[in-house]
Write a protein that binds this ligand. Structure first.
Ligand code: SF4
Length: 168
């Protein structure tokens, strides 16, 4: 397992998912999308070493919070590390959004043989999937940068066995 570095923690966000949110930006991303807004997060060495207790406190120390968003970087590089954090966040009654450069179908396939990916997916409420594609960039889109990306209701999709997108 690769050690996780934290690229940053962002407070009081209303643009990284619905409601009032904290955002964890992880370091390390294999996707290298042209026009990426966070290219400093591509290197796994960027940022500071992850400490679960500290990050949990930073992310959740706000009574008005609706949820926490994992972004990056690529959160699915660190499912084993992020799984216990995600579970603690859920135990606190907060929802979880995750931004990933992988597509839903790739993650489901990977989850078939990787328990951590499977269990991490189960903690997620909403997944925004797919690489940022600059030719499909659309500033009018809510919570995503390009039209290929989908805002997926993970709980409903797992329950029904088909991809269900969140209504905008
Ligand atoms: S997946 Fe996200 S963080 Fe990674 S290169 Fe693409 S836009 Fe940047």
């Amino acid at each position: 397992m690769t050690a996780l570095n934290v690229a940053g923690v962002y407070h009081d966000s209303i643009s990284n998912g619905e409601g009032w949110r904290s955002v964890l930006f992880v370091s390390g991303c294999p996707h290298r999308c042209k026009g990426c807004h966070n290219p400093n997060t591509w290197q796994q060495e960027f940022g500071s070493p992850y400490n679960e207790e500290e990050v949990f406190e930073q992310l959740t120390d706000n009574e008005l919070l609706d949820g926490v968003t994992f972004s990056g970087g690529e959160p699915f590089l660190y499912t084993e590390t992020l799984l216990p954090l995600a579970r603690k966040i859920k135990e606190k009654g907060l929802n979880i959004w995750v931004y990933t450069g992988y597509v839903w179908e790739e993650l489901l396939e990977h989850a078939e043989n990787d328990l951590c990916t499977h269990q991490f997916l189960e903690t997620i409420d909403v997944l925004v999937d797919g690489r940022f594609e600059i030719q499909k960039k659309d500033p009018s889109l809510k919570f995503r940068g390009s039209r290929n990306q989908r805002i997926i209701d993970v709980k409903a999709s797992i329950k029904e066995g088909v991809l269900i997108e969140l209504e905008e």
